[in-house]
Design a protein. Structure first.
Length: 200
């Protein structure tokens, strides 16, 4: 199945999630996320501000603040499809942009270089066990990941995993996928030596 078709199919499946199931599954993913040694060791964590039906990240962000972590979230530049991450310390530092998405207000926040982000939570719609993903079509993360050298983790509902995912030459995989049912070390499903180590 082509990327466009898979994206459309999964969007429909995600939108049919009942709120009760959505919150329960998101909480299960959050619990697994905080068992990761990489999360515990990271000082600065990059993560998006989720919008339903993406895995809820609000609770994760609040818990990261409680643990003394630096949280940085992306602001997209539609002109050149690039992202800049900004440090946020509360949700009042966000502004509503296109499609009602929340992004950091540059007037209230400080930019953070990619080299200072220890762990990046990479969003997507569909994932393969080997860590490749279909995003939302903007290509922002594809561009950002080309120059990002830290750990890459994705959060997904288990039904977002597919084995018939097309891989293109510019696609860059994540190291780990955390779902409500499992944690997948993606290098085990790729024909290469994995570089992801973690104490779970």
């Amino acid at each position: 199945m082509k990327k466009k078709e898979l994206r459309a199919e999964m969007k429909q499946q995600l939108s049919s999630l009942e709120q009760s199931s959505y919150h329960t599954l998101s909480e299960q993913i959050m619990s697994r996320f905080f068992t990761l040694g990489t999360v515990q060791q990271a000082s600065t964590i990059g993560i998006t501000i989720s919008a339903f039906p993406e895995v809820d990240t609000e609770g994760i962000i609040r818990a990261l603040w409680e643990k003394g972590k630096t949280v940085v979230v992306p602001k997209c530049s539609p002109k050149d499809r690039t992202m800049t991450f900004y440090k946020i310390e509360n949700f009042d530092q966000l502004e509503t942009v296109y499609m009602q998405l929340l992004e950091p207000n540059p007037l209230l926040t400080t930019p953070v270089a990619p080299t200072n982000i220890d762990l990046l939570v990479v969003p997507g719609i569909v994932y393969s066990l080997s860590g490749y993903r279909i995003g939302y079509g903007g290509g922002y993360y594809d561009r950002f990941l080309m120059n990002y050298k830290g750990h890459k983790v994705s959060l997904a509902f288990d039904f977002q995993l597919r084995d018939d995912l097309e891989k293109e030459h510019f696609d860059l995989p994540v190291d780990l996928i955390i779902t409500n049912e499992q944690m997948i070390k993606c290098h085990l499903y790729r024909d290469e030596d994995g570089q992801y180590e973690d104490s779970i």
